[in-house]
Each structure stands twice: as structure tokens, then as C-alpha cells.
Design a protein around this ligand. Sequence first.
Ligand code: ADP
Ligand code: MG
Ligand code: MG
Length: 209
Amino acid sequence: AESLDTAWAVRWIGAAADAVAEHRTELVALDRAIGDGDHGENLDRGFTAAREKLGDEFTGPGAVLKMVAMTLMSKVGGAAGPLYGTAFLRAATSLGDGDASAEALAAALAAARDGVVSRGKAEVGDATMVDAWTPAVDAAEQAASNGASPAEVLAAAADAAQTGAESTDALQARKGRASYLGERSVGHRDPGAVSTVLLLRAAADAAGA
Ligand code: ADP
Ligand code: MG
Ligand code: MG
């Protein structure tokens, strides 16, 4: 498809809720190693609540993402709730009212990443979800400018996010709870970077990538 519609966004959030539930214990284990062990529970609670609101009427993909933002902000808490809440809200605003073209998706991902950075002040290399988001945005923008379809843009973003999440293994955490461990955070994958991959992969899958 040349652009992605409300039904795509609804499929995405349903798939995201499935993925987070399926990987809940993995996310908990990652966060237990370098944080407080709640990342999987937090996200599962948030996306389960968002899924329950998918039956409502939405006027476009941006409206779905705005609902998700509000739900995550009220249900998730911790660091990830406000960060993902901001990401979804900025993406919703970037998309506006219409369906999402490849270029619009790349711009929405960039807006989401910029929201995470403005809220959390992490840079690439600090071993946070920004290490997944930033290569995802770069790959999405490159794919869109090369004429990729919306599904291809999202698949490129998910693939790059996966590589970015793997890069956190070797990094010392400099933001969030994991930074309290200092050098002992090296050798662990950041849970928020892993959940970012799950969310982007769900978006690509929902687009038929
Ligand atoms: P909490 O640490 O409050 O328990 P979660 O466990 O739900 O929150 O989320 C932890 C994740 O949040 C980390 O793995 C990291 O990816 C992300 N994170 C934490 N602080 C920041 C920050 N300042 N900037 C970007 N991401 C962050
Ligand atoms: Mg935690
Ligand atoms: Mg916590």
C-alpha cells in the first residue's frame, strides 16, 4: 500500500500488545539484571490497556497513536511510561489526520525519537532505548528517500533497531536506573532498547512487511 490507514494502526497496537505479553518475562529478566525488574510488567499493563480501547472509533492512525500515548502515560509509570508516552504523542502529532505515507512514517519516527531525547536527555551510546530509536530513524529516512513502501520503511526501522539494541551489550549505561551500576552495566542488553525493537517490528508486521 502507498499509505497506511487506521486499520493498520489498530493491527499494530494489537500486535504490539501480543509481542509485549509474549516477551514479558524476557523484558523482566533484562531489567532485573540492571534495573528493578519491572519493564515487562509495566509495558504489558500499558499495552493491554491500550488494546482494550481499540474498539473505539478512530479518525486516522494519528488518533490511534494519541490514544496509546495517553494510555501509556496513565498506566505505565517509571521511566518508560513517560518516554513511550511522549514518543507516541509526538508521532501522532507528526502524522496529523491523514493516512501515513512512507515519508510521513519516517518523519513520525523521527518525531518520536526526538520526544524521547527531549524527555530523557540520553544520547546515542548511553545504553538506553535511544540506541535503538536513532538507527531506526536513520534507516527509515534513508528507505523513504529511496522510494521504499511504508511497510519497507517500517521493516528497515525494525532491523536497524535490532542492531542498535545489540550494540547496548557492550555499552556502559549513562542514563536511567542501569547507570547506578556504573561499569557493572556493561555486558547487559538494555531492556528499553529491546522493547523498542518489539514495537517497531509489530508496526512492520502490521503493514505486511
Ligand atoms: P524504570 O527504570 O523506572 O523501572 P522501566 O524499567 O520501565 O523504568 O524502563 C527502563 C528503560 O527506560 C531503560 O531500559 C531505558 O531504555 C529507558 N530509559 C531510562 N531512562 C532513560 C533516559 N533518560 N532516556 C532514554 N531512555 C531511558
Ligand atoms: Mg524498571
Ligand atoms: Mg521501575
